[in-house]
Design a protein around this ligand. Structure first.
Ligand SMILES: *Cc1c(COP(=O)(O)O)cnc(C)c1O
Length: 399
């Protein structure tokens, strides 16, 4: 239990029936409005985490809510054996925004990546080796953990899906060395989110694109956290003006409703004929209704606003004076504050939570900030002031 927070028993029924696979804060939110969340005691919090990069337009967004309510009142579900106008419409928008040709809808990030791995293998006609990066995170299914270059995700679950190998993130030569005759794809995040907001060096993604084209292998970009405006472009690979062969998306896609998408070129899409892949719930009409509004809200003006807010955020964080801050980094509204080893990110996040600010962690010592796009400069100042205060308190040795 982190100091100062109410115990779980005070806030919940404290049943032991729920699987104990999450380390949860002893706070339950009952209501959300815009950038604010309210707990069961009525205490107000600033949401600087947006779920985890999910509710990018804040809670209870009026336009999204209206579209969802409308769909909810007419139809919740049909199978994917029937036509879906909502899916067609969203696929059209995502193709337009991404530059890719075909879209498959699922329910989550991990599922989007599973589809990507299947698409790549189908295209490979026997080739199946995929190169990914150490420190990456691609989800919790077997395909997801096998693609993720993190030992801690594998522990207890081996053997993994065969055919993955891992290289140092950000080093192009490492990828070149890892490629064999059997290699079908390179799979990367442009910024490792769960891994601690690690931004790939400028030019890296472009160089990987070139390498993949030269070697006739696919480039899969996992945009599950970085996509849908988070970094100030619709998709983060657009900062380097390249086009991947496969792109996966989820998190921010439907502002909190479960939806995943796997986008690909026509050449790959043409191979995924009826019977090759599918999902019962994927592309659910209610989630898709939300997704259609989110896609429309992400105008060029919105995207440049996100970039601008991100720069203000970084500038304010750089003003903070504390021996505990090692580095501040970010792109758009995807921001990491790397702390010195002497203090854990989880402890800091708990202290901020006490003060009514929600943020996340990435790895052991990075505070991860993924605020909704509707924050203002004033909100950023409040965050920076509160963080300074908490850091000062830690320095003085009193919590
Ligand atoms: C969250 C995340 C995933 C997994 O998404 P789920 O919806 O939790 O399955 C995969 N890749 C990246 C980059 C993510 O951030």
């Amino acid at each position: 239990m982190e100091p100062g927070l109410k115990t779980a028993a005070q806030n919940t029924k404290n049943s032991k029936k729920l699987l104990n696979n999450y380390s949860r804060y002893p706070v339950e939110f009952k209501f959300g409005n815009g950038k604010f969340l309210f707990d069961s005691n009525g205490k107000k919090y600033y949401d600087f985490l947006s779920g985890i990069a999910v509710t990018s337009f804040g809670h209870n967004h009026p336009d999204i809510k209206l579209a969802v309510q409308k769909q909810f009142d007419s139809l919740w579900h049909t199978s994917n054996l029937f036509e879906s106008n909502g899916q067609e419409e969203l696929a059209e928008k995502l193709a337009g925004k991404s530059g890719l040709d075909n879209v498959f809808f699922s329910n989550s990030g991990a599922e989007a990546n599973e589809a990507a791995i299947k698409f790549a293998r189908m295209w490979g006609k026997g080739r199946f080796h995929i190169v990914s990066a150490f420190g990456s995170f691609h989800g919790r299914t077997f395909g997801g953990i096998s693609a993720s270059g993190q030992e801690k995700l594998w522990k207890g679950f081996k053997p993994l899906l065969p055919g993955f190998s891992y290289v140092e993130f950000g080093v192009i030569d490492e990828i070149e060395k890892a490629i064999t005759e059997n290699t079908v794809a390179v799979m990367l995040e442009t910024i490792q989110g769960e891994g601690g907001v690690k931004i790939s060096p400028k030019g890296y993604i472009k160089n990987v694109r070139e390498l993949c084209s030269n070697k006739n292998i696919l480039l899969i970009i996992d945009e599950i956290q970085t996509g849908f405006g988070r970094t100030g472009k619709f998709f983060s690979y657009q900062h380097e003006e390249i086009l991947p062969d496969i792109v996966t998306a989820a998190k921010g896609i439907a502002n909190g409703l479960p939806l995943g998408a796997t986008l690909c070129t026509k050449e790959i899409g043409d191979l995924m004929v009826p019977g090759t892949h599918g999902s019962t719930f994927g592309g659910n009409p209610v989630a898709v209704a939300a997704g259609n509004v989110v896609a429309d809200l992400l105008t060029e003006e919105m995207l440049s606003g996100i970039s601008e807010l991100g720069q203000i955020f970084l500038a304010e964080l750089n003003e903070i004076k504390s021996p505990f801050i090692k580095e501040v980094r970010g792109k758009g509204l995807m921001i990491g504050i790397e702390l010195e080893k002497s203090i854990s990110a989880k402890t800091m996040a708990s202290k901020l939570l006490e003060k009514g600010i929600i943020c996340g962690t990435g790895g052991q010592n990075v505070l991860r900030i993924l605020p909704p796009f509707i924050i203002t400069k004033e909100d950023i100042l409040i965050f920076a002031e509160t963080l300074q205060k908490v850091l000062d308190e830690v320095s003085q040795g009193n919590k």
